[in-house]
Design a protein around this ligand. Structure first.
Ligand code: HEC
Ligand code: HEC
Ligand code: HEC
Ligand code: HEC
Length: 170
C-alpha cells in the first residue's frame, strides 16, 4: 500500500468517526437542555409513560393568570404509595414536613411588560404542545424566552388580534 493510499484511508476513517460522533451528540443524546431542578421530575415518565393528564397537575391553566406548578401535596397523593423509599421522594417528604415549597426553577419567560393569559388560547383549542413542544417526551424542560415575534406569528396565522400594544401590553 502506498503512503498516499494509507493517508487517504486514515482521512476517510477519521471523517466517518467524526460524523458518527456528531450525529450521536446531535440526535441521540437525551434532551436535557433546561436548568437542573431540585427534584429531577420527568414529564416523560409521568405524561409519556404513565399517561397522567397535563391538567391533573396543572389544573388552573385554563382559568388563572398563574397556572403554577403542582404543590408537593399533589406529588404525595401518589407518592405516599408509589416508590415511597426512593431518595427523591424522601426529599419531597422533607419539603412537605418542613412546609417548604419545592423551589422549582421557572423555565418559560415573557418580557416584563407583556401579559400572557392561557384562557383564551385554551378555549380556542390550541394544544399545549403547540406552544410548549412535546413535553411528554422530555426528562427536563428547556428554558424558553418568548419574543413578541413568536406570539405575532401564530396570531397572524390564526387571524387573531395582532394589535399588540392594545392587547398584549398592559
Ligand atoms: C398559546 C401558547 C400556549 C399554550 C397553548 C399553552 N401555553 Fe403554557 N405558557 C405559555 C406562555 C407564553 C407561558 C409563560 C407565561 C408567563 O410566564 O407569564 C406559559 C407558562 C406555562 C406554565 C408555567 C406557569 C407558571 O406559573 O410559571 C405552565 C405550567 C404551563 N404554561 C402549562 C400549560 C399547559 C398544561 C397547557 C395546555 C393545557 C399550556 N400551558 C398551553 C404559552 C402557552
Ligand atoms: C398520578 C400519580 C402521580 C403523581 C401525581 C406524581 N407522580 Fe411521580 N411517579 C408516578 C409513577 C406511577 C411513577 C413511576 C414509578 C415507577 O417507576 O415504578 C413516578 C415516578 C416518579 C419519580 C421517579 C423518577 C423517574 O424518573 O423514574 C420521581 C422522582 C417522581 N415521580 C416525582 C414526582 C413529583 C416531584 C411529583 C409532583 C410534582 C410527582 N412525582 C407526582 C406517579 C405520580
Ligand atoms: C405529575 C405532575 C405533572 C404532569 C402530569 C404534568 N406536569 Fe408539567 N410540570 C410539573 C412540575 C413538577 C413542573 C416543574 C418542574 C419542571 O419544570 O419540570 C412542571 C412544569 C411544566 C412547565 C414549565 C413551567 C415553567 O417553569 O415555565 C410546562 C410548560 C408544563 N409543565 C407543561 C405540561 C404539559 C403540557 C403537560 C402534559 C403533557 C404536563 N406539564 C404534565 C408537573 C406535571
Ligand atoms: C399557537 C398560536 C398562538 C400563540 C403562540 C400565541 N397566541 Fe395569543 N391567541 C391565539 C389565538 C387563536 C387567539 C384568539 C382567541 C380568541 O379568539 O378567543 C389569541 C388571543 C390572544 C389574546 C386575546 C386577544 C384579544 O383580542 O382579546 C391575547 C392578549 C394574546 N393572545 C396574547 C398572546 C401573547 C402575549 C402571546 C405570546 C407570549 C401569544 N398570545 C401567543 C393564538 C396564539
Amino acid at each position: 500500500m502506498s503512503r498516499g493510499n494509507r493517508a487517504a484511508i486514515l482521512i476517510t476513517l477519521g471523517s466517518i468517526l467524526f460524523t458518527v460522533a456528531f450525529l450521536y451528540s446531535y440526535y441521540l443524546q437525551p434532551e436535557e437542555t433546561g436548568p437542573e431542578q431540585p427534584v429531577p421530575f420527568s414529564h416523560n415518565v409521568h405524561s409519556g409513560i404513565k399517561e397522567i393528564q397535563c391538567q391533573f397537575c396543572h389544573p388552573y391553566v385554563a382559568y388563572s393568570n398563574f397556572p403554577g406548578i403542582p404543590p408537593v401535596e399533589k406529588c404525595l397523593y401518589c407518592h405516599n404509595y408509589i416508590i415511597v423509599q426512593f431518595p427523591w421522594i424522601q426529599k419531597e417528604h422533607d419539603y412537605f414536613n418542613t412546609r417548604t415549597p419545592t423551589p422549582w426553577v421557572k423555565v418559560n419567560y415573557v418580557p416584563e411588560h407583556v401579559f400572557f393569559n392561557h384562557q383564551r388560547h385554551i378555549n380556542s383549542k390550541i394544544a399545549c404542545e403547540q406552544c410548549h413542544g412535546e413535553v411528554k417526551n422530555l426528562q427536563r424542560l428547556p428554558q424558553k424566552t418568548w419574543q413578541m415575534g413568536m406570539c405575532i406569528e401564530c396570531h397572524r396565522e390564526k387571524k387573531a388580534s395582532v394589535d399588540c400594544w392594545m392587547t398584549c401590553h398592559n
